[in-house]
Design a protein around this ligand. Structure first.
Ligand SMILES: Nc1ncnc2c1ncn2[C@@H]1O[C@H](COP(=O)(O)OP(=O)(O)OP(=O)(O)O)[C@@H](O)[C@H]1O
Ligand SMILES: [Mg+2]
Length: 145
């Protein structure tokens, strides 16, 4: 029986694959899934260069957080297995680091994430977030394909 699964999602095509996989695991016994998105604060450095005037970082993060909440709620509502409790969480930070810390704090039984996310073009077998979580987390990690 898995008490609590942390499923970090980036809303890429891999997200649905991870959710589908969790569904197939349901007969193993899952109490709760926490769908989490991390608004990557590193995009502020990249994005601010595109603006002539200084970017209102607080406002930008607020908008990203609000949109992420809506998207997570949609995913949670559409999750087909109604026997499993699904909750949602949004944080700001560097994704791999937030994922590792939250997994520890929430004392999850397992972290399930995609082997890749938005950057499908890369030559690497797994994305940088996935790679760091696998390498540094002391919680069990499962990567979906
Ligand atoms: N911002 C995020 N918030 C929550 N989960 C994330 C986030 N970014 C990535 N993930 C999780 O990590 C998985 C792998 O994504 P990752 O970022 O490692 O690969 P990528 O986007 O293809 O490559 P890279 O980001 O290294 O260029 C995703 O499928 C998702 O489960
Ligand atoms: Mg990524």
């Amino acid at each position: 029986m898995l008490k609590r699964i942390l499923a970090p999602v980036d809303f890429s095509a891999q997200t649905q694959k991870s959710l589908d996989f969790i569904n197939t695991m349901a007969p193993c016994g899952i109490d709760e899934i926490i769908l989490m998105h991390v608004v990557d604060i590193r995009i502020l450095n990249d994005t601010s260069m595109m603006f002539e005037e200084s970017l209102d970082e607080k406002e930008f993060l607020k908008t990203c957080t609000k949109n992420a909440r809506i998207k997570l709620e949609n995913l949670a509502n559409n999750f087909s297995n109604k026997k499993i409790k699904v909750s949602t969480l949004v944080h700001n930070g560097v994704p791999f680091s937030v994922i590792i810390n939250e997994a520890q704090k929430l004392d999850v039984s397992l972290i399930i994430l995609g082997h890749k996310g938005h950057n499908l073009a890369g030559e690497l077998l797994i994305g940088s977030t996935a790679e760091k979580v696998v390498r540094k987390s002391n919680k069990p990690v499962l990567l979906t394909r």
